[in-house]
Design a binder for this molecule. Sequence first.
Ligand code: IPE
Ligand code: IPE
Ligand code: MG
Length: 225
Amino acid sequence: MTPSHIAFIMDGNGRWAERRHLPRKYGHKMGTKTLERVVDLAAKYGVKTVTFYAFSTENWSRPQAEIDYLFTIFRIFLDEIDKYKDKDVRIRFIGNLTKLPDDIVAACDKMVAETMSNDALTVVIALNYGSWEEIASAVNTLIESGKKDVDKQDIVDALYTREIPFPDLVVRTGGEVRLSNFLLLQSAYSELIFTDILWPDFDEKAFCSVLEEYSSRERKYGGLK
Ligand code: IPE
Ligand code: IPE
Ligand code: MG
């Protein structure tokens, strides 16, 4: 079975550059090429939704120069909206966008609005995303709604991911074996794959081996199979 939704923790950009004695920003630049490649691969192999963890709520603790460079990259991505329109890709963002520079927020809104009716593939970008912040925001939304009794569906509908199916598969590149505050609730029953491949090196062969590994897994959701 092909996973319908794959979520990627795009890790290892910095190390990719450091191993080549290059500044870390070159790793981030190459990482954006991988993102584009993976969007095409997802469409080619029939994945319907792909999520990318681009900037976490904890990444603000990086040096300002690195944060600024990441924002430069986001601006370039947001400028290339036509690429995604041409590919019939719908773009969504999850995370607390209000903390980002105004021009980025405006460009994100524009991208969402202009790709809303595309349906070949949905690409979700996690920007200033962290599960704890998302849950706090959901709780505040529910408090404001005046609800006295909250069920699972209410929580699902209050998360940034509302209307996006939960990931079938979470893939982390770069060799670390942790989730780093990414989709903690949504991945409750996701399959997890950790690969040592650094994100800039993640190619079609790596993508196919992830699909193959997923198809060998047995999902049980707590039952017996
Ligand atoms: C992931 O690559 C990209 C972001 C967090 C934005 P890193 O920058 O974390 O790369 P490593 O882990 O230092 O190699
Ligand atoms: C996770 O990578 C965040 C993103 C890929 C955006 P990090 O490099 O920030 O995670 P840690 O610090 O190794 O857990
Ligand atoms: Mg990292």
